[in-house]
Design a protein around this ligand. Sequence first.
Ligand code: GLN
Length: 313
Amino acid sequence: MPFDQDLDQLLADIAEVAAPRASEGEVATYIPSLEDVPEDTFGLAVVELDGTEHVTGEADVPFPIQSISKVFSLVHAMQKADAGEGVAKELWERVGREPSGDPFNSLVQLEHERGIPRNPMINAGALVVDDILLSRCADPIRETKELLEKLCGEELGVDETVLRREGTRGHRNLAMAYLMSSFGNLENDPHDVLDVYGHQCAVQMTARQLARAVRFLANGGVEPASGERIVSAELARRVNAVMLTTGTYDNAGEFAFNVGFPCKSGVAGGIVGVVTGELGVCVWSPPLDPTGNSLAGRVALHELSERLGLSLF
Ligand code: GLN
């Protein structure tokens, strides 16, 4: 164990400090499966590169991964680049890599910036990544889910209610897709792109599974359990850079300041973290702060970083 502390005890101590903060946040109202989850639900999982797993609380309860999926769809597109299909150049011509400073579902910059989203971690950017996957993959929905299953070593389900809601209440995402189409930055029908996006958001995973699934990013692009290279070290480094600067939207500066390692959040209250050379991390607590990040999750990651000295800075 690389740490001279009892990590199981440490996680339990962190839960005690972080979980009560959930009462200050708001649960996303459009995710029906969260209605049955007590608001004080809290799970934290830390998986070492050697496979040792540490968890506390509800780390084995599945939840829709929502925007955490944006990391994996980007990786999926990067895999195509690694395979020499020229995707990386196309991708970075069509999506930026700057923080947006705006909410994840904001439309305002798209008009000024001629349909080029600021980064792939906001909704508009993820839609362009999905458009690329739709053009390049035989079955992008199945392939992205299979990537997640490979990375966590288990079969995964889909939250069908979330899937239906993504379709019926996705007006804002559809508006973004049409706006980008009008600037020539989508190749496929906006509804088809939204379908790929909705499926990736609705995949259900536990905190433990997600902590396992991000470990390849802490390990130079190689999945540590199997030794399989998922992406090149260069691309893994760049995914981490994008996560650090944009993965928690207009709170990314705050995360860099207090947590100091790459993170990606989802609106169901999950946040994954990558500690290079050491750990995959995932925390889950549904109530969100005004920027759409899990409130208790942010506190827990701050505590974890402080107590183990994990900040890059
Ligand atoms: N499905 C959500 C949406 O598109 C994902 C956003 C998120 O998790 N932040 O609004």
